[in-house]
Write a protein that binds this ligand. Structure first.
Ligand code: PHE
Length: 446
């Protein structure tokens, strides 16, 4: 076991970094989209149940594994079960983070471009059609998409190269609260729009006639994506935890914050879309076209539009930090590289992997299985690698790792974990089953 591994400086810093990882495009764009597609308030209700039964359970498992081994995902599994193939579970997560980061940085780059475009007045006054043309113009321009992707990866690498306390913790402590302040500010503005009440009602009053199995599956997928689970991030962040943290309590807080921000984003985006009479449609068009169209109807619209994309850029940055940190910690643990070298090495490879994604959204027709390259990478990483990583981690902590050792770790500083029997049952049965159904459902129900 390594000595000299870094630790979070404060508990609040750890919480901000993990909430920062969880809160991202998944909350601001994907959550409202899924809610829009599956029927509003009913989905929200089911989502909350899945959060408690599956999300919090799996998050506790990842933190425990990380803190106990104080290793990156690849070596965490291997330390506890040497001479087995369990290391492959770690390897899978690493593959998933590398792929997700490669396209996430592309979309994050667009949002930075939108801050600049708004605040220089380039988008002011455009209607939905004009905004759609502007969006397609940006994504079809190879030089810009590549430069923006490069910039976003560089910024991520700059912060990660400074380490846990001096880089990730310091930045997320400022960025995460800024996201919340910006979001509340925008929410307040949107709720003053005529017609926004209808969207609000739609989010709050469940229509049970819409209840079906696919909604439950969709909720499971969304929880894993939104909580950054199944890809070793929470193992890595847990490995920098001090021994006396109350893990279940932290996990509940982090989950609560992530859900709250998703709901706030839903409350901002959906009423805005309703107020404009636009169907809550799929895809990034929702945040790059529909929401800007709403802001453009307001006095000072360019200012609000810029603030919206600044919030998205901040939320995305706190997520890309955690994705890159997984790769960096693996390289440092496995090969003993310095943090600097590991960071710039990993960031360069991921930048290159993202190039086809950056080009595929309009610049060059790069299609895989009928999807754009970016969508295909997203599909493979989010719908296959990520749930697989989640299931293997749950099985490992629930079935393979000795229960006594898990309990010792969880209750290390004398925090009694009274719900432990329930937690174990959920980890052993509910989580794997939910994930298997979610994967199967995706392929059977489409
Ligand atoms: N949780 C992030 C979000 O909501 C996305 C993400 C998924 C990050 C998987 C890491 C791993 O945007």
């Amino acid at each position: 076991m390594q000595t000299g591994r870094e630790n979070w400086q404060t508990r609040w810093g750890f919480i901000m970094a993990t909430v920062g990882s969880a809160v991202g495009l998944g909350n601001i764009w994907r959550f409202p989209t899924v809610v829009g597609r599956t029927g509003g308030a009913l989905f929200v209700l089911i989502y909350l149940i899945v959060v408690l039964l599956v999300g919090v359970t799996a998050m506790i498992a990842e933190f425990t594994l990380g803190r106990h081994t104080r290793q990156s995902p690849l070596s965490a599994f291997r330390t506890l079960k040497p001479n087995s193939s369990w290391w492959a579970a770690g390897a899978l997560s690493v593959a998933a983070v590398v792929l997700i980061l490669s396209f996430y940085s592309v979309i994050a780059g667009w949002s930075v471009a939108y801050v600049i475009r708004y605040w220089t007045g380039a988008l002011s006054g455009l209607d939905a059609a004009g905004l759609r043309a502007a969006y397609e113009g940006l994504t079809a321009e190879p030089r810009w998409t590549l430069v923006l992707h490069f910039l976003f990866m560089s910024l991520t690498a700059l912060v990660v190269s400074r380490g846990i306390t001096g880089g990730i913790e310091r930045w997320t402590r400022v960025l995460m609260p800024s996201v919340v302040v910006l979001l509340l500010f925008l929410l307040f503005r949107v709720l003053q729009l005529p017609g926004s009440g209808e969207g609000l009602r739609w989010l709050i009053a469940p229509d049970f006639a819409l209840l079906n199995f696919a909604t439950v599956l969709e909720a499971t997928g969304q929880v894993f994506f939104s909580f950054s689970l199944g890809m070793g991030i929470m193992i890595t962040y847990g490995s920098y935890l001090f021994g006396d943290d109350n893990i279940p309590q932290s996990a509940i807080f982090i989950a609560g914050a992530d859900v709250a921000i998703a709901l706030l984003a839903g409350l901002t985006v959906i009423p805005a879309v309703f107020a404009m009479g636009i169907e809550p449609e799929m895809g990034p068009g929702l945040i790059f076209v529909a929401v800007p169209a709403v802001f453009n109807t307001l006095p000072g619209g360019s200012f609000f539009g810029g603030a919206f994309f600044l919030m998205i850029s901040f939320a995305a940055l706190t997520t890309t930090l955690s994705l890159l940190e997984v790769g960096v910690s693996v390289i440092m643990d496995e090969w003993g590289w310095t943090r600097q070298r590991a960071t710039y090495g990993a960031a360069s490879i991921i930048f290159l992997l993202g190039v086809p994604s950056a080009l595929s959204e309009g610049a060059v027709p790069l299609m895989v299985l009928g999807m754009t390259f970016l969508d295909a990478v997203d599909f493979f990483a989010s719908n296959i690698l990520l749930p697989l990583g989640g299931i293997l981690t749950a099985i490992f902590v629930g079935w393979i790792w000795e229960r006594r050792s898990v309990m010792n770790e969880l209750e290390r500083a004398g925090h009694r974990f009274l719900l432990a029997p329930l937690w174990f049952a959920s980890l052993k049965y509910v989580v794997p089953l939910a994930i298997i159904m979610a994967i199967a459902g995706r392929f059977i129900l489409g």
